[in-house]
Ligand binder design. Structure first.
Ligand SMILES: Cc1cc2nc3c(=O)[nH]c(=O)nc-3n(C[C@H](O)[C@H](O)[C@H](O)COP(=O)(O)OP(=O)(O)OC[C@H]3O[C@@H](n4cnc5c(N)ncnc54)[C@H](O)[C@@H]3O)c2cc1C
Length: 404
């Protein structure tokens, strides 16, 4: 063997595993419960709410009752204490009914996960019990108008002033920002990027924080994505995630938390793809042209074959990433792979569903047009797919680095 041979790298030091592995039967029960709820309560109203861009207040209340705001939060804080596989099963079901519902709890779970993994005891014990009930909604605020992919380039600043920090800057794309009671906020401090857990009242203004713009969207409607301005907003120094030790370590914590966000995106892509595929395979057997169901035309049958294959591969990759993250605490490469593959699959499958449905797919009579509008978000959110490829390649090259 040459001096330079392929070696596998040692895995990164895992973060603490926060919840025990969930019994598969409990996972299946939860998934079945959510699936029945989606069929009964969500599917009949999703398109109307979505077209009206109306916040699904009643549905969110029911999600709170089912405990969906605390799926992965340990039981000692009142959460369900379930693992990421249970989480993605729920996300797939929600997204199969209406993708926006998975968005209601995505950044909330990222914020809760940041507290579980990096918060001080006091932060955990005061914030998490209010988050798991949905009384306090969490959101994540990393992106800015001039810094999306380039997260290290954020300009929002937090300056220490005695026992407080003074925060100034503009944040973009804050999903759930207006209704949130807690913002996991990335801001630049002298020591580097720090994550602040900023408490606020739900609403357009609070202290020096104001919602400056509600962003109109192609899909993903019904929940707000907003621009927020911090005008010398003061927070206590105890709002730093992890306390004094967390100062300057916010970006690493958030990037690790974004792995869960990527797994969420992959799972919601699987949900949207499943809905589009199932509608298509049903319709292809009902719709007749030239004296036979369109499924009998090879052009359509091959589409169904490709869609079913992409869907299964997307789900397996997503489950793999969730299992790895649950077991080791990290899954940077695999979460990126799942997000990349599943989101591209959802976009392809939603487009093919439109073709298979012909003219009726383009109307508002069926949810096909909604899948078609919702799918593109997944190639952008939680890091674009161009950035995923960079992250995956970097991780693989490290893993398969040639020995000197
Ligand atoms: C509906 C919606 C909801 C969102 N919710 C949130 C949220 O709750 N919280 C939050 O913090 N953010 C949120 N985001 C922001 C989202 O994470 C960013 O939009 C995303 O990371 C891309 O950043 P950008 O829009 O600034 O695009 P840019 O970074 O400007 O990228 C533009 C294009 O250039 C490509 N590109 C950029 N850099 C590179 C590179 N180095 N190599 C190759 N290609 C590159 C990108 O892939 C993309 O194709 C949301 C976005 C949307 C659309």
């Amino acid at each position: 063997m040459s001096a330079k041979s392929i070696s596998t790298v040692t895995a990164p030091v895992p973060a603490p595993v926060t919840v025990p592995v969930t019994d598969p039967e409990i996972r299946a029960e939860l998934q079945a419960l959510v699936r029945r709820w989606v069929e009964r309560e969500v599917m009949p109203v999703a398109s109307a709410l979505e077209h009206a861009d109306e916040y699904p207040e009643a549905l969110v209340e029911q999600m709170k009752e089912m405990g969906l705001f605390g799926i992965t939060v340990p039981e000692e804080y009142g959460g369900l204490g379930l693992d990421l596989l249970a989480y993605i099963a729920v996300i797939e079901e929600l997204a199969a009914g209406w993708m926006s519902l998975s968005g209601v709890i995505n950044t909330h779970h990222i914020a809760a996960g940041l507290l579980v993994a990096h918060g001080t005891d006091e932060q955990r014990s005061t914030l998490l019990p209010r988050m798991v009930t949905g009384e306090m909604r969490g959101c994540l605020s990393l992106s800015e108008p001039d810094a999306g992919s380039d997260t290290r380039n954020i300009s929002c600043r937090a300056v220490r002033d005695g026992d407080e920090y003074v925060i100034t800057g503009t944040k973009a794309w804050v999903t759930n920002g207006e209704r949130a009671g807690l913002v996991a906020l990335a801001a630049r401090t002298e020591e580097g990027i720090t994550c602040f857990m900023v408490e606020k009242d739900p609403g357009a203004t609070f202290g020096g924080i104001s919602v400056s713009k509600s962003i109109g969207k192609l899909g993903y409607k019904g929940l707000e994505t907003v621009e927020m301005v911090y005008d010398a907003h003061r927070v206590p120094a105890s709002a730093v995630l992890g306390g004094d030790e967390g100062v300057g370590k916010g970006l690493a914590a958030i990037l690790s938390g974004l792995e869960v966000g990527r797994i969420n995106i992959a799972a919601r892509a699987v949900g949207v793809a499943r809905a589009a595929f199932e509608a298509s395979i049903k319709y292809a057997q009902q719709r007749q042209t030239f004296g036979q169901p369109i499924a009998a035309h090879q052009a359509i049958a091959h589409k169904l074959a490709d869609m079913g294959t992409q869907l299964l591969a997307a789900r397996l990759l997503t489950e793999h990433a969730a299992r790895l993250r649950a077991e080791t605490g990290r899954a940077e490469v695999e979460a990126g792979m799942a997000k990349l593959f599943a989101s591209e699959a959802a976009l392809d499958i939603a487009t093919e569903a439109m073709r298979i449905h012909g003219g009726v797919g383009y109307t508002t009579e069926l949810p096909i047009e909604r899948y078609f509008r919702d799918a593109p978000l997944m190639i952008i959110g939680e890091g674009t797919n161009e950035i995923q490829r960079t992250v995956i390649a970097r991780g693989l090259l490290k893993r398969y680095a040639l020995e000197e």
